[in-house]
Ligand binder design. Structure first.
Ligand SMILES: [Zn+2]
Ligand SMILES: [Zn+2]
Length: 175
């Protein structure tokens, strides 16, 4: 395909790129087409670009509804795209091309992914904080146990008790 067209509104897509990304924007409906692996790369390397692209692809008018889903043609290869949920439980529905693995994000969806990632980082930070306190408590508990053990060993020493697990000395060899 020479000219890539929007799978939603069929307007011509506009290529947009900077030093680390290459995408196609629909200036009419605000959607963004990302080639295979592009979304994952942005999320991993430069998540701030999600908001950037969202602003860059601001739609001229809001005219897209979910009615178009299932009839979308991949801008890169023309294959019918399939909708799927981003990151399983995000509640964000994207469309993916089963042939070339390109991804279509409607207006607002890249921003939603950006918010989702930010929430994910908050959750991770909260977990890290919680586990840090649990680990500190475990360390305190371990120190107390060690102290008790040393105290007990000291008492045993005074009473000349042998540790229970001590192996009895070998009987002298007999000829
Ligand atoms: Zn469009
Ligand atoms: Zn495709």
């Amino acid at each position: 395909m020479d000219q890539r067209t929007c799978p939603r509104c069929l307007a011509a897509l506009t290529p947009a790129h900077n030093q680390h990304l290459q995408v196609d924007l629909c200036r009419q409906c605000g959607g963004v087409f990302l080639d295979q692996g592009e979304l994952a790369r942005i999320v991993r390397k430069s998540p701030d670009d999600l908001e950037h692209l969202e602003h860059l692809a601001a739609p001229a008018a809001t005219l897209v509804t979910d009615a178009g889903r299932g009839l979308m043609r991949c801008p890169a290869c023309g294959t019918q795209m399939e909708s799927y949920q981003y990151a399983a439980c995000s509640g964000i529905t994207l469309d993916c091309c089963p042939a070339c693995s390109g991804i279509w994000a409607d207006d607002g969806e890249l921003g939603a992914i950006s918010d989702h990632l930010a929430r994910g980082h908050e959750v991770l930070a909260a977990y890290a904080g919680r586990y840090a306190s649990v680990l500190t408590e475990m360390q305190v508990e371990a120190d107390v146990t060690t102290e008790r053990w040393h105290a007990l060993a000291g008492v045993c020493g005074m009473l000349d008790w042998r540790p229970i697990a001590e192996v009895p000395p070998e009987p002298p060899g007999q000829l």
